[in-house]
Ligand binder design. Structure first.
Ligand SMILES: *Cc1c(COP(=O)(O)O)cnc(C)c1O
Length: 366
């Protein structure tokens, strides 16, 4: 049996008519840039999230960059985030001219809230917790720290669409949140796409302007901006998928729970911990094992695709070598580097497939 890491084709076939019609509609209406499909998706997403503003942008990386720029973050400023995230989170901080300040992670793969305050300096402007793998960070503590030190709280919710913390949607807890609709994300377009949500009117307006060449009215540029619009085709595809997202999220959670139940008896493996009072979006299912490389090769031979998210914590990459960090600075992220393994995870994954995967993991450990 061959099991892909994600099966975007299975999802397409399950809603083929919706998608094909949506794409044809955009072309018939030649609504490629801005236009009704973008407006519809923005309105639908905003309503579903019960927030005042949703701004569609070109991708999840731009979403963070736009937000940081519009929060006036720039050279001389520091922004706190985690070492174990996709490069975008730190890269966008660097793009503004500010410095990323990394804080180690907790046992849930998210920022260790108890280690944030020791990294705050007079230059700190914002904290970007990442709800990694779809698990919300400890937002209660983080909100308190941000309030106490008067810092902006930007949630990187790229992997956490429809996750919740204490009954509140992740992404609506801080000042502003960013999403990615990269094809393999929980709500995936068929190309690049991203979004920003906030209840702050002023910030929303600035973000929308900056993303659209610095203006809301054609040829009236209020500031030098960038070209980062959500395109019509992607918006229509996302619109077609939106009615299914809650159901798909439930399926992901069920799949994760089934993995954990079956893997319980495998002593050599640590299954992902689930934060209390939180609802994860189960974007990725990441186990820990000291024999990661061997297990990955063994599963590959059995036709099971796995992956590592992410192979190198950001401070240890050449891009951030100039910050001169050592492995001791981030003991948890450093320890995870060689033991994390992401197993196949997507809503259409069947119980039979999960049993097949776990069966091979058990065989490997004998
Ligand atoms: C995917 C992702 C991004 C960036 O999104 P793109 O749409 O690929 O630009 C940012 N942060 C995290 C945590 C992500 O997983």
């Amino acid at each position: 049996m061959n099991i892909p890491f994600v099966d975007l084709k299975a999802q397409y076939h399950s809603i083929k008519k919706d998608i094909d019609n949506a794409i044809a509609d955009v072309i018939e209406n030649t609504a490629f840039i801005k236009g009704k499909f973008v407006e519809e998706f923005e309105e639908n997403f905003r309503e579903l999230y019960e927030v005042k503003h949703f701004i569609g942008v070109a991708n999840g990386t731009d979403a963070i960059y736009i937000v940081l720029k519009m929060l006036d973050i720039g050279p001389g400023d520091e922004v706190i985030t985690v070492p174990n995230t996709w490069i975008s989170t730190a890269e966008t901080i660097s793009q503004t001219g500010a410095t990323p300040v990394f804080v180690d992670i907790d046992e849930y793969f998210t920022i260790d809230a108890d280690k944030i305050e020791e990294k705050i300096t007079p230059h700190t402007k914002a904290i970007i917790p990442v709800h990694l793998y779809g698990q919300p960070a400890d937002m209660k503590k983080i909100v308190a720290i941000a309030k106490k030190h008067d810092l902006f709280l930007v949630e990187d919710a790229a992997q956490a669409v429809f996750a919740e913390f204490e009954g509140v949607r992740a992404g609506t807890i801080g000042d502003v949140a960013t999403f990615s609709f990269f094809p393999a994300k929980n709500l995936g377009a068929y190309g690049d796409a991203g979004g920003i949500i906030t209840n702050n009117d002023e910030l929303a307006k600035k973000c929308r302007m900056f993303a659209n060449h610095g203006g809301l009215v054609r040829h009236q540029h209020e500031m030098p901006g960038i070209n980062s619009r959500l395109d019509g085709l992607q918006a229509a595809i996302l619109n077609a998928k939106l009615p299914y997202i809650l159901e798909w999220t439930e399926k992901r959670i069920q799949n994760a729970d089934y993995y954990t139940e079956l893997l319980k008896e495998v002593k050599e493996i640590e299954t992902p911990k689930v934060r209390q009072n939180a609802k994860r979006s189960s974007h990725l299912y990441v186990i820990k094992t000291p024999r990661r490389e061997e297990l990955q090769a063994y599963l590959e031979k059995a036709g099971i695709a796995t992956s590592v998210h992410y192979p190198t914590p950001l401070p240890f990459l050449p891009a951030y070598a100039h910050l001169n960090h050592s492995r001791e600075d981030f003991p948890n992220a450093a320890a995870d580097q060689y033991r994390i393994l992401s197993l196949p995870m997507f809503p259409e994954l069947t119980k039979t497939q999960i049993e097949y995967i776990v069966g091979h993991i058990k065989n490997f450990f004998g």
